[in-house]
Write a protein that binds this ligand. Structure first.
Ligand code: FES
Length: 98
């Protein structure tokens, strides 16, 4: 399961966090990935000046717009899912690649 957390603090909200979440949801529904990606909201991530802030697992990301965030989301989520499939690279204890 991949966890995607989007800041829904006031600064990110004004920049389009809500629209970005809607686009993330739309993509997951279209691709049938709702059960593989958990979408969560968070309070201010204390990076208000960076753009719309969000995370894929522990990787912190910033997007200048909902559109840019949606593009990044598609690419990163598909890559993350590819790494988790049995055909993908094997992982040792602690998620380290072996
Ligand atoms: S409101 Fe999103 S980082 Fe502060």
């Amino acid at each position: 399961m991949i966890t995607v957390t989007v800041c829904v603090g006031s600064s990110c909200h004004i920049k389009g966090a809500r629209e970005m979440i809607a686009r993330f949801n739309e993509f997951l529904t279209k691709k049938g990935l709702e059960d593989m990606v958990e979408l969560k909201g968070s309070f201010c991530m204390e990076r208000c000046g960076e753009g719309i802030n969000w995370k894929i697992n522990d990787e912190i990301l910033s997007s200048s717009s909902a559109e840019e965030g949606a593009k990044m989301f598609r690419k990163k989520v598909l890559n993350a899912l590819k790494e988790k499939t049995p055909e993908g690279p094997a992982e040792g204890p602690g998620g380290r690649r072996i």
